[in-house]
Design a protein around this ligand. Sequence first.
Ligand code: MLT
Length: 264
Amino acid sequence: MKFKINNISVITDGEQSSKAMVFIHGFPYDHSMWKKQIDFFSKSYYCISYDVRGFGESDNFDGQHTMEMFVDDLEMVIDEMNLNKPVICGLSMGGYIALRAIERFQTKLSAAILCNTRSQADDNAGRLKRALAIKRINTEGHKNFVKEFITNCFGDYFKVNFNEELQSIIEHSQNFNPKAIKGALLAMLSRTDTTSILETIEIPVLLICGENDNLTPPQVMKEMFHKIKNSEFYEIPLAGHLAPIENHSEVNSAIQKFLKKINY
Ligand code: MLT
């Protein structure tokens, strides 16, 4: 089912009576990046995916976005749908949203799955890189930026063996509003650092990282794993920054084992 809550596009799959999982996509994608997980988990869970404001079919509002607004939207989806302590699953930017959501309202959640993400905020070099990207989009449009950014996220194995799929992901993302891309860059550039809350996380957390992720390398996620008391870490072979797409069977099996272990 597809519907809108306050202009945020929400998609549900599976039985409403089942336990809920909420999927939060990365940048610059939309809910469809979770297709392989939703096809698999909707057999046993009520899967909710949504488009972060500006992306997919969600409204871009005024294009001036903050991480807090992204987290407000997630909380609104959980509250408006009366979800009973869902498991949230976020990739990269979706992981930033999930981490800040944990900081703000972990009592509303059963567990979190953090894929290819980090708790640190951008450093100065990272902020300047995003500022440069915005400048580039203003001068030459967003299509080349989107193409280069996405290509750089995927590992060599996927690029060589699934090039057609990669090109269709790029084309899909090139259709997004450039103002949404810039709005998300600003939201990520100005997000807070959530490293200090890792030791206060009480809910179980699964950390997933592609072995060839050069944006959030395994070492970065292992450090998070050491700080979160009730956590597990999985390194996914033959995958870069988009592990759930690049090696969905390994990712699905890691998630399935985790859900079983936490009795969800
Ligand atoms: C993502 O995949 O969401 C992005 O790589 C996040 C970022 O640019 O920090």
